[in-house]
Design a protein around this ligand. Structure first.
Ligand code: CA
Ligand code: CA
Length: 299
């Protein structure tokens, strides 16, 4: 299987990045990823990466998907996420939403044993591996990999795990897919600006979808479809994610706007993805069974 080594990583989602590899629609590819500190924190007495803060959130890639042209949708199915044997967390002054409280730095190495994160002697926590950064290149600008947006990026959505499918825009030929920032475990909000940060091997299948209109980025995970929005404020992110799902329901179920709004308001659940990145991210989740009841299938 095609493997993209973790050394082939970028710090910007950019239409000008050179492809690290090529694939065809339907192919499975392995992305080896660094942790979000470029694997540069290895000891608990280390409070920052060895080369400073310039190499944060590396994303492996980009992958050029042959045949993907602007206006298409790239469907990325997450087939598997294999984690390294240990992850880490790090807090300090300015850390996320609680950096005004967490004024002393601390680094914690967290071993992963038998599918559990050994937080301490008392707590072995069930892992839920997820991909923090996954996106395609924007059309005509460079966006740092630490920033989320319409192209995907640092959405920190904990529903992007094994078995999920992420739908991303194709803005440039080849789409230029890149990903990284895997977490062994993260709570909604990611309030101190890290999950259990960990290097990983992600296996995905890419498919180019043509002639399909979906509000992007979109994720299908478990029994739900979700729209994801990133905005300057969490309030606006919540509204945008809701608008995206409203439009989707209206079109997919061929309902009038009022009826679709009513259904969304009773069956849709709004969640916070993260409140610590340069833009805030929210998602609206809606049950797949309702789409199926109308004979609608995504892709
Ligand atoms: Ca992140
Ligand atoms: Ca992270």
């Amino acid at each position: 299987m095609l493997t993209i080594r973790r050394e082939q990583s970028v710090f910007k989602m950019s239409p000008w990045n050179s492809p690290a590899a090529h694939a065809s629609t339907g192919d499975a590819i392995v992305f080896e990823t660094f942790d979000c500190y470029s694997n540069e924190i290895t000891r608990e007495d280390q409070i920052q990466p060895s080369s400073g803060w310039d190499r944060i959130n590396p994303a492996t890639g980009p992958l050029y998907v042959d045949g993907a042209t602007p206006g298409d949708i790239l469907r990325v199915e997450i087939l598997d996420i294999n984690l390294d044997s240990q992850g880490l967390m790090r807090v300090g002054p300015g850390s996320g939403a609680l950096g005004h409280v967490l004024t002393e730095p601390k680094t914690k190495i967290i071993p992963i044993v038998d599918g559990k994160a050994r937080f301490n002697d008392r707590l072995a926590l069930e892992i839920n591996p997820m991909i923090g950064v996954i996106g395609t290149a924007p059309e005509d600008e460079e966006i740092p990999t630490g920033t989320p947006g319409a192209h995907g990026g640092n959405m920190d959505c904990k529903r992007i795990g094994k078995g999920s499918a992420v739908f991303l825009p194709v803005n440039v030929p080849g789409a230029l897919l890149a990903m990284g920032d895997v977490h062994a475990l993260m709570g909604d909000g990611e309030v101190i600006v890290c999950g259990i940060e960990i290097a990983a091997q992600i296996t995905v299948k890419v498919d180019v979808l043509k002639g399909l209109a979906l509000p992007l980025p979109m994720v299908v995970a478990g029994s739900h479809v979700m729209t994801i929005a990133s905005e300057v404020t969490l309030d606006q992110a919540a509204v945008t994610a809701s608008e995206m799902m409203l439009q989707f329901i209206q079109q997919a179920l061929n309902m009038d706007l009022q009826e679709a709004g009513m259904l969304l308001s009773i069956m849709g659940n709004l969640h916070i993805c993260q409140i610590v990145d340069p833009l805030m991210t929210a998602r609206m989740e809606f049950p797949l069974w309702i789409l199926e009841a109308y004979g609608y299938r995504i892709n």
